[in-house]
Ligand binder design. Structure first.
Ligand code: FAD
Length: 434
């Protein structure tokens, strides 16, 4: 007789680990399959970890999770070629435990998370790729992999296989991934002594700063950059929509954008002397609410990036991934306890839980944002330039009277964009945020 599991989880990233942990902890028989050599081997990025989502899964995670720095200051910079105008928010409240956000190195973090999953009792098999879902009619009954003697069976399969979910597409659950709905991001980890990082960013041991970057650094393409402080390294990266890279007549590569960002006069002194040890490129689902596929069906659920759960405006992904994984796990537990089969009708509970959570509420709030950004390229070129120029005019003391300066600033906005254009852009922007 073939061995059967309560659940198979495909993927050992943030969402897969959350789902597998939740179910294993409740005593379910869980098999998790990961194609990487070890969990996290495919996820080499440094990143921001939002405590709340993990706390709901492993409340005492701070005891042994590999955390880099807790974040006490958030900067947002709008850049042109020479300068930036921005906001810094720093609070001593963020310096009091329990901390709200940390920087992490994903490879180490995923390894730790996975060790917790195994401690909870799940069986993890690495270096194994799931090739397809096994179907009995329209009911998913297991998976076929390139190892394990082929087929394994389970009551329910949780697809946590990341942004490029080929499994769901092969099974016809997912439409093709569209280039306009995914960003291609590249990032590097640059090593520097701890004391140098602390001096440059005005922080003490264990304190961290994150800088989100936008403006001309993406050369008019829809995208953002970032610079994060880890313990003895910095993570710097930039990402733009794949469709914009494809349509860009200049054929700019993500790597060229990153090099340009590193050379920016406001960035270069912060990263100077950093020794590059890791370079990674990865896709990020950024289609938002309108691009979310069907979340469940007979015997299956989709969690994490595979479901497109990324809030690009707030740069949140792993917390949406963990939350969706946890809710999928809790759904399976609830059905088991109620003696119910994981049919589509019963798995609707997962969607209900998602709709009630911040995940779908936040994605819904920003549902118009992708369209607005696609159709308003001036947010990434003209406006950053105008804002920086206005700041320069305003702050430069040169004998020109202040009224004349005001006129110059207003005039530069008007000449760059007609009044109707300005009003319509402002309205679009407001609508996308409402
Ligand atoms: P992944 O973490 O991608 O995990 C999927 C796993 O499935 C992988 O380990 C993969 O090897 C495995 N897999 C895939 N196919 C198969 C298969 N067929 N068989 C077996 N295994 C398979 N989020 C934040 O919250 N904060 C940040 O600061 C942040 N920064 C980011 C920076 C960059 C450059 C990028 C690319 C993303 C960032 N994100 C951030 C988003 C975040 O990384 C993702 O939302 C999150 O990792 C999604 O988790 P996941 O488990 O769904 O997918």
């Amino acid at each position: 007789k073939k061995e059967k599991f309560d659940a198979i989880v495909v993927g050992a990233g943030a969402s897969g680990n959350a789902a597998a942990y939740t179910m294993a902890k409740a005593g379910l028989k869980v098999l998790q399959i990961e194609r990487g050599e070890y969990p996290g081997s495919k996820n080499v990025q440094g990143a921001i970890l939002y405590s709340d989502a993990l706390e709901k899964i492993i409340p005492d995670f701070r005891e042994d999770a590999p955390l880099e720095r807790h974040i006490i200051e958030q900067r947002m910079w709008v850049m042109d070629d020479e300068s930036f105008i921005g906001t810094h928010y720093r609070s001593d409240d963020y310096n009091k435990p329990p901390y709200n956000r940390y920087t992490i190195i994903r490879a180490q973090f995923d390894k730790w998370f996975s060790s917790k999953v195994r401690e909870a009792g799940a069986l993890l098999i690495c270096e194994t790729t799931v090739d397809e879902l096994l179907l009995d009619g329209d009911r998913v009954v297991g998976v076929r992999s390139d190892r394990l003697g082929g087929e394994v069976f389970a009551d329910v399969v949780v697809l946590a296989d990341g942004v490029n979910s080929t499994l769901a597409r092969k099974a016809g659950f997912h439409p093709e991934l569209e280039a306009k709905n995914v960003a291609l991001a590249v990032k590097e980890i640059l090593f520097l002594p701890e004391e140098v990082i602390q001096a440059r960013f005005n922080i003490k041991e264990e304190e961290g700063v994150v800088i989100e970057l936008m403006g001309k650094v993406t050369e008019g393409m829809v995208g953002t950059g970032f610079l994060y402080t880890n313990k003895d390294s910095l993570t710097i990266g930039i990402g733009c929509l794949l469709s914009d890279f494809k349509d860009n007549p200049k054929r700019t590569s993500p790597y060229a954008l990153l090099e340009k960002l590193k050379a920016h006069p406001s960035i270069a002194p912060l990263i100077e002397g950093g020794e590059m040890k890791e370079y990674a490129a990865h896709l990020i689902p950024e289609g938002g609410f309108k691009a979310v596929p069907k979340l469940y069906g007979n015997g299956w659920m989709i969690v994490g990036d595979s479901g497109g759960f990324v809030n690009a405006v707030h740069r949140e992904g792993s917390n949406l991934a963990m939350t969706s994984g946890r809710l999928a796990g809790e759904t399976v537990i609830a059905l088991k306890e109620g003696g119910k089969e994981p049919t589509a009708a019963n798995l609707k509970l997962y969607k209900d839980k998602m709709d009630e959570s911040f995940v779908m509420k936040d994605l819904k709030k920003y549902r118009d944002m992708p369209d607005v950004l696609h159709t308003t390229p001036q947010f990434f070129t003209t406006y950053p330039e105008l804002l920086n120029r206005a700041a320069k005019t305003f702050f430069t003391v040169d004998g020109v009277d202040k009224k004349a300066k005001e006129r110059e600033i207003l005039g530069s906005f008007r000449s760059a964009r007609r009044l109707t254009g300005l009003v319509s852009d402002a309205f679009k922007f407001w609508r996308a945020f409402r």
